[in-house]
Design a protein around this ligand. Structure first.
Ligand code: ZN
Ligand code: ZN
Length: 309
């Protein structure tokens, strides 16, 4: 466990350093191409709005549809279910009664008859060792996906129960994951600026500016969210940015923290919260998904709160 945490911490450090270096390099390379015009301002604004919408969408998805025991994945999370899925009923019966398996390695007593089925040598041979390996691999893959999804969802749910816990995370822990997401895009921007000739850069500069601003705000989302929960000791310039609504203001974000947490999901600048609320965007999306899948939004909220307590 200690090694896992150490590995995670190291990975966060590497991502933060890499992201900052790429950001600075892209900024320096972009500086000589900047020509202030309305189109550039529009591209930058679109980049920030994209980051804000992305923060809202991911937050909404995790708050609304994430579950402690996800349907299907939750059910097939055991080795036994995987065996039942992978093997035919007859093979499964043979396996359970006669063949040594990873679950019951000691069981080798072959039963010649199972109900009215006579077991022949060819039946037994069909349940091969390779199929046991395939079955185990599938089981581990499902368990890994289940664990990853739960690790992704946990911070969102914990945050509703203890909103101030985020303020106890240091800069690296707060920002490591979001900085990591932007690295491929920033690397591409640096590569474009470093290798394209001036005419090509000029042609594509608005797109480059769009992605650059989008990356900066995506990377800063968790830090901005943390600031919105910090009531003491914030630097003056951060409070000024919040007061001017350049980043998510504290009072604005408080609206999301009123149960059942079904609105104001955008946590980068929060600029899209009001228009999306007026458009009833999230309820409409939830109604559509419920109509298509039958899944109810926030169905496991109570279950999760009980599990935590
Ligand atoms: Zn939330
Ligand atoms: Zn919050």
């Amino acid at each position: 466990m200690g090694e896992t945490l150490l590995g995670k911490r190291l990975q966060e450090w590497v991502c933060v350093v890499l992201c900052v270096v790429l950001c600075a390099a892209a900024g320096l390379l972009m500086a000589r191409h900047v020509r202030a015009d309305a189109a550039l301002a529009l591209a930058a604004l679109a980049g920030v709005l994209t980051a804000d919408f992305a923060s809202g969408f991911v937050h909404w998805a995790a708050d609304t549809w994430g579950a402690v025991d996800l349907p299907v994945i939750g059910k097939v999370g055991t080795m036994r279910h995987l065996y039942e899925l992978v093997y035919s009923k007859r093979d499964y019966l043979i396996l359970r009664r006669g063949i040594p398996s990873p679950i019951h390695p000691a069981r080798t007593d072959v039963t010649p008859r199972i109900k009215n089925i006579t077991i022949t040598q060819s039946h037994v041979a069909r349940v091969t060792h390779s199929r046991q390996i395939a079955c185990c691999s599938l089981a581990f893959a499902v368990l890994w996906i289940k664990r990853s999804v739960q690790n992704f969802l946990r911070p969102f749910r914990e945050h509703h129960i203890d909103p101030t816990s985020i303020t106890r995370h240091d800069f690296i822990e707060t920002n490591g994951d979001n900085f990591a997401i932007t690295i491929p895009v920033l690397a591409r921007i640096v590569w474009q600026l470093a290798t394209y000739d001036d005419d090509t850069v000029r042609d594509r500069f608005h797109w480059i500016a769009y992605w650059y601003l989008c990356c900066i705000f995506v990377a800063m989302t968790n830090q901005i969210h943390k600031w919105s929960h910090t009531y003491f000791g914030l630097p003056t310039w951060v409070v000024w940015l919040q007061d001017c609504h350049v980043v998510l203001p504290r009072r604005h974000h408080r609206i999301h923290h009123v149960a059942p947490h079904e609105t104001y999901f955008c946590i980068t600048t929060g600029w899209l919260n009001w228009p999306l609320e007026k458009l009833r965007f999230w309820p409409a999306l939830e109604a559509l998904i419920e109509a298509l899948t039958g899944c109810k939004p926030r169905a496991d909220d109570l279950k999760w709160a009980q599990k935590r307590s």
